[in-house]
Write a protein that binds this ligand. Structure first.
Ligand SMILES: Cc1cc2nc3c(=O)[nH]c(=O)nc-3n(C[C@H](O)[C@H](O)[C@H](O)COP(=O)(O)OP(=O)(O)OC[C@H]3O[C@@H](n4cnc5c(N)ncnc54)[C@H](O)[C@@H]3O)c2cc1C
Length: 444
């Protein structure tokens, strides 16, 4: 049974006379702990119809490149295989996603979809809802506490959303059993075979400037990574997570970004292990991550410098003309050609592997603000580099993380040049936390 708070009717009406129930998979690319999938399966059974799961793949997704498509396709491969075992056909079609779904919906009695948090995919759902003749139900599966249930307004900081999330969290941290389908749909509709994602990748007309990253995608890889973290990393998470030289953080963010992993699944498995780092992990995975959703949902300018809180823009404007000791262009930053070996190392790691450690992301962002002619320019460069190279980029956390660099979700600190009262970070802070010189050497 799916909680009512997870459901939203995007297009009202009674199910029509179609041949199947259609689940438009877009954000929750997995078969485990996918509330939209299980809801669609329940509906199909109630209507005595087969279930079709479809994904529309556009080669033109904003800021996506070969790194992103490789990870995405690996997820689709796992979904195709795992759905097949449940007797459900997976239809992958190339094209503009809502148009792909609209075409398939001409034979559907009902369309179900999952929930996305960023503007491009949210507008696809609106576009589809305006054109469908049958109901469209959205089922939120990638947040522990659904956005509007957690809070009805834009939150200031983790401290303001934390008590709200903690109050509701346990009610949503419950197992989700797979719903067996009564009518097998295998072979009902044809789509692209994605059993060899590397082959499909070759056929796509996409930006090839960034090769696939170090991590492999898909819900099976996500489960393997989660198990390893819960077994070996969680106990020491609190003390090791800020050290980029040890494998102390979960490295789950890319799986969460592509919907290959449910945060509920992750927390339940972590709880079962009963390890020491559970509270710290819950703080990051539920409170901080869902604070990012809150930002992107309630602030329409979440990806825009002018969407930052007024105090941040005011203090940065007051220091706009402060002398910058170092000034770098976007090209110099992208090529890791700065005077700072720690910053260069972090940039190199991100470019080469698709991942930068959390503590370094904060330092990385603060330095770009310090070394840019204007905060607006720094903001644009950070969004471009983050979303181009991070495998988990183009996520709600990307914008919350970048906005944090400029003071969002933070408080004013002691005034200093360039930053005003926005928090500053120095290389000495890195050195206190870990062997920064060893890190710089490793990624030189
Ligand atoms: C400038 C900057 C840019 C960032 N860009 C991204 C990005 O593009 N994509 C992205 O997913 N995260 C981003 N973050 C947030 C954070 O750095 C990553 O989520 C984290 O490093 C992912 O590694 P992990 O999975 O090992 O994290 P863990 O420490 O193991 O945390 C578990 C999960 O909690 C969530 N989480 C952890 N830290 C944060 C945080 N500060 N805010 C919100 N959620 C968090 C993530 O979903 C993460 O996977 C950015 C932070 C900054 C300061």
């Amino acid at each position: 049974m799916i909680q009512q708070e997870r459901l939203q009717i995007l297009k009202e009406g009674q199910p029509g006379k179609g041949d199947y129930v259609l689940y438009w998979m877009q954000a929750s690319v997995r078969t485990r702990f996918n509330h939209a999938l299980e809801y669609a399966a329940e509906q199909a059974n109630d209507l005595g119809l087969p279930l079709i799961v479809a994904f529309g793949l556009t080669p033109g997704y904003p800021e996506a490149n070969e790194r992103s498509y490789a990870f995405l396709l690996e997820g689709l491969r796992d979904v195709q295989r795992n759905l097949k075992e449940r007797g459900i056909v997976f239809v992958l079609r190339l094209g503009h996603p809502p148009e792909v779904i609209l075409a398939l919906a001409t034979r559907a009695s009902l369309v179900v979809t999952d929930r996305a948090y960023l503007q491009p995919s949210r507008s696809w759902r609106t576009w589809l809802a305006e054109r469908l003749d049958v109901p469209l139900i959205q089922v939120e599966s990638d947040a522990v506490v659904p956005i509007e249930t957690a809070s009805g307004k834009l939150e200031w900081a983790a401290r303001t959303i934390r008590p709200k999330i903690h109050k509701r969290m346990d009610g949503f941290l419950v197992p989700l059993e797979p719903c067996p389908v009564k009518v097998n749909s295998l072979g009902l509709i044809a789509g692209v075979d994605v059993s060899d994602p590397a082959e499909v990748l070759k056929t796509l007309d996409i930006d090839r400037s960034v090769p696939p990253g170090e991590e492999r995608g898909g819900e099976d890889a996500a489960q393997a990574r989660l198990s390893a973290f819960v077994k070996d990393g969680l106990n020491h998470y609190d003390e090791r997570r800020n050290n980029p030289l040890v494998d102390g953080a979960s490295r789950l963010s890319a799986y969460l970004h592509y919907g290959h992993l449910s945060p509920i699944d992750a927390i339940l498995q972590a709880r079962e292990a009963g390890a020491a780092g559970l509270d710290a992990f819950t703080e990051e995975l539920v409170v901080r991550r869902e604070l990012s959703f809150n930002l992107c949902f309630y602030n329409p300018r979440y990806a825009d410098y002018d969407g930052l809180p007024e105090w941040c823009r005011k203090t940065l404007a007051e220091h706009q003309d402060d002398k910058r000791e170092h000034l770098y262009t976007r090209a110099e930053l992208e090529a890791a050609r700065t005077h700072d070996p720690y910053w260069n190392a972090a940039q190199n790691q991100m470019v080469r592997t698709g991942r930068m450690h959390n503590y370094l992301r904060m330092y990385w962002g603060k330095k770009v603000l310090e070394w840019s002619a204007t905060p607006q320019e720094a903001y644009a460069v950070l969004v471009q580099l983050n979303n181009k190279y991070e495998t988990d980029g183009r996520n709600a956390n990307s914008y919350a993380g970048i906005n944090w660099v400029f003071g969002n979700h933070d408080r004013p600190w002691a005034r200093r040049p360039i930053f005003g009262t926005v928090r500053y970070m120095a290389a000495s802070g890195l050195k206190r936390k870990f062997d920064a010189d060893a890190y710089a050497k490793k990624w030189a």
